[in-house]
Design a protein around this ligand. Structure first.
Ligand code: AVJ
Length: 313
């Protein structure tokens, strides 16, 4: 990563944090969870009993990888948004017919290069093009002639976007994939709050540590003096909005400094740190159509907890 890029990324983080903490309902963008510590905590979350998402999506992928690869078609250029662990991408890569390449897109250059190197060693015949970009903003990917671009967006990460932002992203994906392209998308589905709640409130407190790590990151990178122990992790299902919300709730009346700014908190006042939308397949299909994407095939688990969709432009 160049110094200029690193510097502009720090200033994005600072701008977003100062802006978010100045709102009547304080909030912080969930994309900043994933520094090195946060990514490790998220990996731990994916292995928790309560966190059904990753395990269910993986089972769906394992059971249907051949059908998914067939949908991708031959000479596909697989473009993954968020370079994650690449476990799921491997399931596809193992079955694709003469893939034209693999483009992992991630905001973290270090993580991306490590993952891309590992993959390139395992698939010597595959052209791997790691691309450093924040996919919440417009970005470009390498053009490979005569290849069919298929965007792979697993993990229900789209659930972290508000509906209007998600529509913008879907339109961008449709444009990126082009007229012959496709989208393979992981979506978490609506379900009983009794299942959703514990997934974001695990008994071991890993999700709480993941949530509080955002304050630790602000302290370290932006010169903050948050006492993470003075904020309680809370997560609940917002039925009206069909979303899980995570917050950090101030335990006391307190003041927090970030750089040269001071933010007052009342006891019980929260910082809204994440939304995780849960989808209804019929609704989502309609919304995707409005963004230029047609659902071709849907795979789910027996409980209908999670779905993987193939959409074409
Ligand atoms: C990254 C979208 C899969 O919203 O479930 C996990 C992040 N937040 N526990 C989600 C997360 C709290 C996660 N995704």
């Amino acid at each position: 990563m160049t110094t200029t890029r690193a510097a502009s990324r720090t200033s994005d983080f600072r701008t977003d944090v100062l802006l978010g903490l100045s709102l009547p309902q304080k909030r912080l963008p969930s994309k900043y969870f994933y520094d090195a510590v946060g990514s490790r905590l998220f990996d731990q979350i994916t292995k928790l009993d309560e966190y059904y998402l990753t395990r269910t999506e993986l089972a769906i992928m394992r059971a249907n990888a051949a059908a998914m690869a067939a949908r991708c078609g031959s000479k596909c250029l697989l473009i993954e948004l968020g370079a994650g662990s690449l476990v799921k991408a491997r399931l596809l890569l193992d079955r694709l017919d003469r893939p034209a390449g693999f483009v992992p897109v991630d905001v973290s250059g270090d993580h991306l290069r490590a993952a891309a190197n590992e993959l390139a060693a395992e698939y010597p015949a595959l052209a791997v093009h790691p691309t450093v970009a924040d996919f919440t903003r417009p970005f470009e990917v390498p053009r490979v002639p005569a290849a069919r671009p298929v965007i792979y967006f697993p993990g229900s990460t789209i659930g972290n976007f508000d509906p209007s932002e998600a529509d913008t992203l879907l339109r961008h994906i449709a444009r990126l994939a082009g007229p012959a392209g496709g989208l393979l998308l992981g979506l978490d589905l609506r379900k009983a709050p009794a299942v959703l709640g514990p997934a974001y409130n695990d008994a071991q407190g890993v999700t709480a540590a993941f949530n509080r790590n955002l304050l630790v990151r602000i302290n370290r990178e932006l010169g903050g003096d948050f006492d993470p122990a003075a904020f309680h992790h809370t997560a609940f299902y917002n039925l009206d909005q069909s979303r899980m919300e995570m917050h950090l709730v101030s335990a006391t009346d307190q003041q927090v400094r970030v750089g040269d700014r001071v933010f007052p908190f009342r006891a019980g006042e929260s910082i809204h740190t994440e939304n995780s939308y849960k989808y209804d397949l019929a609704n989502f299909t309609r919304r995707a159509a409005g963004c230029g994407l047609r659902v071709e095939e849907t795979w789910t688990d027996a409980d209908r907890y999670f779905a993987v969709l193939f959409l074409s432009v």
